[in-house]
Design a binder for this molecule. Structure first.
Ligand SMILES: *[C@@H]1O[C@H](CO)[C@@H](O)[C@H](O)[C@H]1NC(C)=O
Length: 332
């Protein structure tokens, strides 16, 4: 009997080892989520960033208007560009801030859809594992927050990228802040794997529209301005792989900037709560089509060959419209 149970446990160990190898291999690819289009083949969603302040700084007003516009467009999901919980992310999966800044704010019926979210630098100041925990879905089933992942919505593929670890200053000059880098170290290894995974996912994508979502700016004339690390390391990948849009938060504003070297549209939706910093980088205004230094959000309506993007203010008033057209990808 003793030898049987010994035999059993060593079999068990072998099985566990195989299982772990399998999990490690699976982790080499970005996790994927599927989102079907509506019956007419279209898909629509809202984008909000830099929001979680327990309703303050107009967060509740933005949320109310998101509910209204969400209803009008009968949105399929919501995208969050990060900095979800101020000032320092979540402390644990039981942190009441999760409900005070999320569940109890975005209460409209139209917003009871999946929320796909990345982490921002403020989220990294808390317990990152808590904010990434699938157990948060027991508190609010809408919450889907991962470091980097892919959302495949048939006509469009969204690539969510964890941009905070790219930014040198959080490592070199963290000031008095503490960042939770568990799962990110060694940093160069983490970043090169991420870029490799993104590149192969972009190359494999057959969607007509490719959108990359991150917290940090690539181009912006707002308070934080551009993120040089992303310009150097991420932008060339987007340009080489026919990405149509890069969507971010971080700067607490709404903006649209075109590129002089590629087809990419840079869209900032970081107006989910505190805004009105009042600074514009006048030296860098080339390609800027729209800049609004206040609160609001953005909507996207996509069809195979047409995208309509709209920015709204805190009253739900349309501030700016952008239409993009594109031929269908030739069948390979
Ligand atoms: C709320 O929004 C209004 C309208 O844009 C603005 O005038 C006001 O300053 C905002 N409040 C805060 C605290 O940002």
């Amino acid at each position: 009997m003793a030898s049987f149970s010994h035999h059993f446990s060593s079999m068990h160990v072998v099985w566990m080892a195989c299982f772990h190898v399998y999990v490690l291999c699976a982790l080499a690819e970005l996790q994927r989520f599927e989102q079907p289009t509506k019956e007419d083949g279209s898909i629509s969603f809202l984008v909000v960033g830099d929001w979680g302040r327990k309703g303050n700084y107009n967060q509740s007003n933005v949320a109310f208007q998101m509910g209204r516009i969400g209803e009008e467009l009968s949105i399929d999901f919501v995208v969050s560009t990060g900095d979800n919980f101020y000032e320092d992310g979540l402390r644990s999966i039981n942190d009441p801030v999760f409900e005070k800044s999320f569940s109890k704010i975005y209460t409209a019926k139209s917003l009871q859809k999946q929320w796909y979210s990345v982490l921002g630098n403020h989220d990294y100041r808390g317990n990152v594992k808590a904010q990434l925990s699938p157990n948060l879905r027991n508190v609010d089933s809408r919450w889907i927050c991962l470091r980097s992942f892919i959302l495949n919505a048939e006509i469009v593929e969204l690539f969510f990228i964890d941009t905070t670890p790219f930014v040198d200053k959080y490592f070199l000059k963290p000031k008095h802040h503490h960042y939770d880098w568990r799962g990110v170290m060694p940093r160069q290894h983490y970043l090169s794997n991420l870029l490799k995974d993104l590149e192969s996912a972009l190359q494999d994508s057959t969607a007509n529209w490719k959108i990359v979502v991150g917290h940090h700016t690539i181009r912006s004339i707002g308070h934080h301005g551009e993120t040089n690390e992303l310009k150097k390391q991420l932008l060339p990948l987007l340009e080489a792989n026919n990405v149509e849009m890069y969507i971010n938060g971080h700067d607490h504003c709404l903006e649209h900037i075109t590129s002089s070297t590629s087809q990419i549209q840079f869209l900032t939706s970081g107006g989910g709560s505190k805004a009105w910093k009042g600074d514009i980088d006048q030296l860098n205004i080339g390609g800027v089509k729209f800049y609004y230094d206040g609160q609001g959000f953005m909507s996207l309506e996509l069809r195979q060959t047409h995208v309509k993007i709209v920015f709204y203010d805190v009253f739900g008033k349309v501030l700016y419209n952008l239409n993009m057209f594109k031929q269908l990808n030739p069948v390979i």
